[in-house]
Structures are given as C-alpha cells and as structure tokens.
Write a protein that binds this ligand. Structure first.
Ligand code: SAM
Length: 437
C-alpha cells in the first residue's frame, strides 16, 4: 500500500516553499499526500526558530505526536527546518521518538531520510550546513497553488543583525544562477501560473553567480519580459541596498506589484545601531520618501521588534512616531525574543515581558487606526484582484490586490486563480470588501 505523508509548516513564506520541495521529493519517491495528519504514515514538522515561541509551538505539537505514536508505532515523525537545525541532538534527547531530524534545504533528501528511518531503530539525521552546501536547484516541487508560486532566488544570509538566528540555521547567502530562475518561472507561466514571489532573506543582496552577473533589479526587469506573467512580488528587501535602480525597475514594469515590504525593526537610530541594521531612522525615511515620490503609488509594509535590549520609552516613542510618519499599509510586530548564538544575547534582555507586551499592544492599536484610515480611502476604487478563494470566509471568494491588500467578495468558484475586477465597497483595518463588476 502506498505510504502517505502530511507536512505541518511553521513560520515564513520560505518555509512554505521548503515544504513544497519536501512534498515534491516525497511524491517523487513514491509517497502520496494525505489530507490530514490522522491519515498519514509520515508526519513532518517543518519548523521555525526565529522566536522562542515558534520553538515552543513545535515542542507542544511534538507532545501530541508522542501520544499518537503510542497508539500507532508504525507512524514516522520528522522534524526539519530551522528549529531542527538549531536544537539538533537536544531535540532528540527531549523527543527520542522522533524518527527524522534534518535542517533546512534538505527537501531533496527527504525520501531517502524516510527510507533510512523506516529501516532502522535509530533516527535518520542530516544537519550538515555550510561545509557541504545543498544544491540550490530543485525540480521536485509539489505546489500548493496553481496560480501563485514561491521561487527561491537565494538561500542563507550574510547580514549579521544582532537579534537574528537565521545565519545560524540557514547559513551564508548563496544565490541561484539567473538562467535557472528564469527557466523555472517560464515553465511555471507555461503551466498557467500568474504570480511569482521571489524569496530570499535579503533579496536585494542577490548577485547572479553566472557570467551574466545580474543584479536584483536586472533580474526583475528580465522576469517582467516573460509574456503571460501577470504579477511579480518579492520578500524581503533590506533597506540597505534599496537602490534607485530597484525602484526604477519596479516603476517601469506594471507586472511588478505596487508593494514594498521594507523591514525597519525600530524607529530609533540608537536601537538600530545596536541591532546592527546599518541604516539610521533618517536614511530609512529617505528611502520611504523616494518610494512615495514614485509615479506609481506603492504600498509599504514593515517588520518591527519591540523591547529590544536597552529600548527606552523614548526609543519606543521614536518607533511610534515612525508609524505616524510613514503611514504603513501593514505592520508585522513582535516582542524581542533572545535567540541562541546571536550577538544581542550579550546585551541582556532588560525590557520586562509585561512592558514588551504593553508596547506591542500600543503599537498595534496605533497601526490599526492608520490602516483603518488608509483602507477607508480605497472605497469606490475599481481594482484587479487575483482570486484565491477562502472556504472559511462568509464571502465566497477572496484575493489580493497588487498592493497586497486582501479583498473579500462574492463570485463564482471558477474565478479562483483568475484576475477579477472588483469595486471596493467596505473595509476593516485588515481587509477590504468589494463587489465584482
Ligand atoms: N531577513 C529579513 C530581514 O532582515 O528583513 C527578515 C527575516 S525574519 C524571519 C522576519 C522578522 O522576524 C524580522 O524582520 C524581525 O522583525 C523578526 N525577528 C527576527 N528575529 C527576531 C527576534 N530575535 N525576536 C523578535 N523578532 C525577531
């Protein structure tokens, strides 16, 4: 009987793409995707370690899986990705029933790891990193969507932000050759995909390793020439290296979406320096001003950390002031979480948990009001939505505008995966309502 697998993904868009690569390899090796964990013979947790909470979540899920294994001894449990890399043997001590332990970028080996785990009473482990880099090319991707595809352009990160664990879990930055990226996107468009999301820890640090030597802006320009490709997104650029050339590439190609995710982390130059971010509040605001002057309006979103070591009330007020000044279209905000190996560990963790919570709530409330007003201003506009479908909404359909806002509306099921014109008729702080026209 064909064995079935189920993957549970924690964390970012890059992890979602890694899960699609794992699924592709398992399918290639003769396994079949199960509809849920209960119907699977192999359960893989693809984990995140960027904050302690994500690690705790994965351990909590492992607690449940331990109980499942007590009644189903043939069940294989794998823990892969960033948390697996970071925890390593410690995880096997805490959860000795785990059968597979592998770091990120091991999707192409997953079938072999399952075979090894099946044939042995010992776990199959692969946590090798930089000394033996994994191939960047992977043709076995089982896509969750038929119209939107994540595309790896680089792996790892060389930017040493003092709070960030990613360089220790995903290793140094390695870039894919532009010809391979272009071929993958061309093939996806030929299959009917409409949107690609270029993924890397710092996409604008992309440097084509082939003789073509394309910069990120040049890669965008070249991708925009692929006929039939309707939308190009990318996540995330770093403020350092957000050049005029990159903005120019965006502005001159309407396929490149009207959205820049530009993580700021803090509005205080003092904190930014301690974070190792290599820009100041002023230089960040200069980039925002440049984006705001672009002939095509661009939505701007960001990431913010509150309660970084040494963050005073005055520093936090600088961050709140930045929200007012930039008027972000959306913000992902987090309480600082000390991470193993990171330079910020040496700074202590002196903002009490309660105070971090207070700052987070205050910031989120302030941002909610900004989004509410911005969304209100979109009423009456007729805009294009790439329809995703959303079974749990009371609306039949939902999708995204090029500026990345979500719109809910009624329409027939066959609109999924197509672009529909919708008039915006209502709003909340987080999404829009519309009527199809
Ligand atoms: N590479 C991207 C960059 O630097 O812009 C971000 C990748 S990270 C997975 C996503 C976000 O998580 C970061 O932008 C940051 O806001 C947040 N983050 C990273 N480390 C954190 C930590 N130790 N505590 C809290 N939030 C953190």
């Amino acid at each position: 009987m064909t064995r079935k697998f189920f993957i549970e993904t924690f964390g970012c868009q890059m992890n979602e793409l890694d899960s699609e690569k794992i699924a592709g390899n398992l399918q290639h090796c003769g396994l079949e995707a199960a509809g849920d964990a209960a119907g699977a013979d192999v359960i893989i947790l693809n984990t995140c370690s960027v904050r302690e909470k994500a690690v705790q979540k994965a351990y909590a899920r492992l607690g449940e899986l331990k109980r499942s294994k007590a009644v189903r001894q043939d069940l294989l449990v794998g823990v892969v990705g960033c948390m697996a890399q970071l925890e390593g043997e410690r995880l096997l001590k805490r959860a000795p029933f785990v059968n597979i332990l592998a770091g990120p970028q091991k999707g192409h080996l997953m079938g072999t790891l399952v075979e090894r785990a099946q044939a042995s009473p010992f776990p199959a482990v692969n946590l090798r990193m930089d000394e033996d880099p994994e191939p960047l090319e992977n043709t076995q991707v089982l896509r969750a969507s038929r119209w939107r595809a994540g595309i790896t352009i680089s792996e790892g990160c060389d930017q040493r932000c003092s709070f960030c664990v990613v360089p220790f879990t995903r290793g140094r930055q390695r870039d894919r050759e532009s010809a391979h990226i272009l071929r993958e996107v061309e093939e996806l468009v030929a299959q009917g995909f409409l949107e690609v999301v270029l993924l890397g820890q710092m996409v604008n640090a992309y440097r084509d390793p082939s003789p073509a030597g394309m910069s990120f802006a040049a890669l965008l320009r070249r991708l925009a020439q692929i006929g039939g490709l309707q939308r190009i997104r990318f996540a995330s650029p770093h403020p350092v290296g957000f050049t005029g050339d990159l903005l120019d590439a965006m502005v001159s190609h309407p396929q490149i979406c009207n959205h820049v995710h530009l993580p700021v982390q803090s509005g205080s130059t003092r904190v930014l320096r301690a974070m190792g971010r290599d820009y100041t509040r002023e230089t960040y605001l200069d980039i925002v001003a440049k984006i705001r002057r672009a002939p095509r309006p661009m939505a701007i979103s960001t990431d913010i950390i509150v309660g970084f070591p040494g963050e005073t009330d005055a520093d936090f007020r600088d961050t709140l002031g930045l929200l007012d000044e930039v008027q972000y279209d959306s913000v992902f905000s987090f309480k600082y979480s000390p991470r193993p190996n990171t330079p910020a560990l040496a700074l202590g963790d002196d903002v009490p948990e309660e105070e971090k919570g207070r700052r987070l709530t205050f910031l989120q409330e302030r941002q909610k009001l900004i989004q509410y007003n911005k969304n209100a201003a979109m009423q009456g506009q007729v805009l294009e939505v790439l329809v995703d479908g959303r079974p749990r909404s009371r609306f039949a359909l939902s999708g995204r505008l090029t500026n990345n806002r979500v719109v809910h509306f009624f329409g027939p099921d066959d609109l999924k995966g197509r672009i529909a014109k919708v008039e915006i008729t209502g709003f909340t702080a987080n999404s829009l309502k519309g009527v199809r026209i």
